[in-house]
Design a protein around this ligand. Sequence first.
Ligand SMILES: Cc1cc2nc3c(=O)[nH]c(=O)nc-3n(C[C@H](O)[C@H](O)[C@H](O)COP(=O)(O)OP(=O)(O)OC[C@H]3O[C@@H](n4cnc5c(N)ncnc54)[C@H](O)[C@@H]3O)c2cc1C
Length: 467
Amino acid sequence: MSREQSDYDVIVIGAGAAGLTAAIAAADAGSSVLVVEADVQTGGSSRLSGGHFYVAGTSVQREAGIAEDSADAMFEHYMTFNQWMVGPSIVRRYCDLSAPTFEWLTASGVKFPTAMLYVSGVGDVPRGHQPEGGGQAVVLALEAQLASRGIDLVLATRVEHLICDDAGSVSGIETSDGPVNCGSVVVATGGFGANAKLIAEHYPDAAKAGNWGWYIGSPMAQGDGLKLGQEVGAALDGHNKGLLLTTPGFSHDLEVLLPDWLILVNPEGRRFVNETAPYTVLGGLIQRQGGTVFAIFDEAIRAAAKRTPFFNAYWVDEVLAQKADEGIIIRAESIEALAEQTEIDPKALKGTIDRYNKDCDQGGDSVFFKKTQGAPQPIETAPFYAVEVRPAIICWTGTGLRVDAEVSVLGTDDQPIPGLFAAGETVGSLHGDRYIGGGGSFGPCIVFGKLAGENAAAYASGRRIEP
Ligand SMILES: Cc1cc2nc3c(=O)[nH]c(=O)nc-3n(C[C@H](O)[C@H](O)[C@H](O)COP(=O)(O)OP(=O)(O)OC[C@H]3O[C@@H](n4cnc5c(N)ncnc54)[C@H](O)[C@@H]3O)c2cc1C
């Protein structure tokens, strides 16, 4: 590629869900488009993802008999859930555009069956839309639309720098093959879960997990978008945001739910949560206890813990016995000895367990109202077990480029950097302290990918973007 040979209206960096969507939207708005992808295939983390879409007011909801949901209701929930500590204008934009963008995606052949609609996160309205075939199906459906629109896709080419013209507008990219010029750029390079240095810098809660930490996404999630943007003056947003999933750390298996038969206690020996709380909030609640808690149960419970489709890797009788034999989890003949080995105040731990056992006798959890599949099981048969649990699995990262509600990248002076747009996980401005729910990362990739493509096309064609 060289400046002489290639000249595009819009260049999209990254061919995940956000970048592919941006490319299609820009082409539909009349732009010539080049997509540059560092990997040897498209898809990034999107290809590995469930591909869920958090959205309100869809045809799928109406088919399922949910007629009342709306962008207004979604906005209220999003902002209240985040205690208004997230930018209202970008959240509003997401809520307003989510349903029309979702319908646009379904028109491209991605199927979201009503039977797979679910209550995502801690809301009470089903807004989690699951695609048949997961994120991979979405990526393939998007990629299939490139050729017919004349969109050029270059694989195995990493963008190293952005180029600015004399007026300070972003006007091209630099790769190892040389520069390519354009009218505007969309950065859609994904997150930085695979980059330990950036994790330490921007996601200290994840770094705290130490060698327990691992990332479930693409190894290409190196955070290049942050560097590309910062080199041309972009500000960052969303420090220490992201989604950490809980793990007992035995292996790198993705099993994020906890069984209902254990109790979690904090370093003070107290329960602090309904142990079956959604994964979207559990990691954050453990973080509040200092980042490490213990799952407690007894021998009778361990022996009864058989494999299920949900619990296959960790919370299984023979696995727990083996980990105890290896000294990876703590096994003790009394609650006092268990407390000593976990360095928890024995009186507090005993008090917590006595109270839980009394609740079990009386048929229910009177403190956190946990509902169990069968009758709740008391913790009373030696030996007793303590398994350390940490929020340590990185699902997605939330620090990224600061954008306004038009997904223009903002400089440190809070002004849009002309010609530069961003979408997907590389955007840092959308997430609060807690994850809104399944589909709350992938959904915005599509919504803001489309908006970024449209606005980049408008900018490139010399039109002014109205706020
Ligand atoms: C296993 C898994 C399951 C998930 N499930 C869900 C879910 O169900 N719901 C949900 O909301 N979220 C989910 N997430 C999170 C969500 O999928 C991601 O946040 C989202 O897919 C990110 O999309 P993206 O387009 O921003 O980035 P990506 O899909 O990662 O795409 C970025 C692309 O940019 C390329 N790239 C990077 N740097 C450069 C460069 N310098 N030059 C050129 N190309 C570059 C990468 O190679 C990559 O292909 C999940 C994540 C994982 C890993």
